[in-house]
Design a protein around this ligand. Structure first.
Ligand SMILES: NC(=O)c1ccc[n+]([C@@H]2O[C@H](COP(=O)([O-])OP(=O)(O)OC[C@H]3O[C@@H](n4cnc5c(N)ncnc54)[C@H](OP(=O)(O)O)[C@@H]3O)[C@@H](O)[C@H]2O)c1
Length: 254
């Protein structure tokens, strides 16, 4: 029975490349996103490359509980060893807090926070039957402190990080690991919309290979990449508030 993983947000960007990377390395990948058309293209691509593993399209909306439950039931029929679950689906809306709307704020909270927790909670009764070993959640370095134009994004990524810390504590000694991933800037359709210079912008295939390598071969709870940018960001986000604020305000004026 081949090893399997479930990746959300697999129709594009980080999730798509990570799905291809796991399939290349022999995994059966359940690839989730809303767009079945994009997932079908991904399935065709993986089979044309004659990978050791394969990709199975599992289209659903992660913000709809019933669809997530149906997805779990589908996977249960197909496999008994779902080693990795990578909860990656998420979004960023650039929004000046002075003009923030509750609609866009709720949209970001629903996808980046509520949907991730709902997914984990829905999976809990199936942890032993599916032999789940790791649940990894894609946060962001924007979780480390409030970033400009990112009130909803930064706060949801920080909230999910805190929740995953609690899960990892509560699940200690159960055989299930929770991991949290902090990408810096990765070149994807999401960041292609950004109109500012993105330092240390990472190639998406390199980001996917890092995720694969770290989930399989590293024991660290927190995985940040690229490493140099992570070190710089850790230092910046630990600065005393007046200095941090001045730095961010100056960055906004550039
Ligand atoms: N790129 C970066 O620099 C960067 C940095 C830090 C963190 N991140 C995080 O990494 C993750 C992936 O980002 P990305 O840059 O790869 O973005 P992306 O290219 O925009 O991909 C987002 C994925 O999420 C899926 N998705 C959105 N809403 C969904 C829903 N309701 N149900 C199911 N799937 C949904 C999208 O597919 P459909 O539209 O087909 O549903 C798509 O596959 C996000 O959580 C993001 O916050 C990215």
């Amino acid at each position: 029975m081949p090893n399997s993983c479930w990746i959300t947000g697999a129709s594009s960007g980080i999730g798509r490349s990570t799905a291809l990377c796991f399939a290349k390395n022999g995994y059966t990948v359940f690839a989730t996103a809303r767009s079945s058309k994009e997932l079908d293209i991904l399935v065709k691509k993986s089979s044309s490359l004659s990978f050791k593993g394969k990709i199975i399209a599992l289209p659903l909306d992660v913000t709809v509980s019933k669809e997530v439950l149906n997805g779990i039931k589908f996977i249960q029929k197909e496999c008994q060893n779902l080693d990795f679950i990578i909860l990656n689906a998420g979004t960023y809306i650039k929004e000046d807090s002075k003009y923030a709307t509750i609609e866009s704020t709720k949209h970001v909270i629903d996808l980046n926070y509520i949907a991730v927790l709902n997914h984990i909670i829905s999976l809990q009764p199936y942890i032993s039957t599916l032999n789940i070993k790791q649940i990894a959640v894609v946060s962001s370095m924007a979780a480390w402190r409030g970033m400009p134009m990112s009130a909803a994004y930064s706060s949801t990524k920080a909230a999910i990080k805190t929740a995953i810390e609690s899960f990892e504590i509560d699940y200690s000694n159960t055989g299930v690991r929770f991991r949290i991933l902090y990408p810096g800037f990765v070149k994807t359709p999401l960041t292609d919309k950004n109109d500012f210079k993105m330092p240390f912008l990472m190639d998406v295939e390199k980001a996917a290979a890092t995720i694969y390598k770290k989930l399989l071969y590293s024991d660290k709870f927190e995985v940040s990449f690229p490493i140099i940018f992570a070190v710089i960001m850790r230092i910046i986000t630990m600065l005393p508030w007046p200095i941090y604020k001045r730095l961010m305000v100056r960055k906004m004026k550039k």
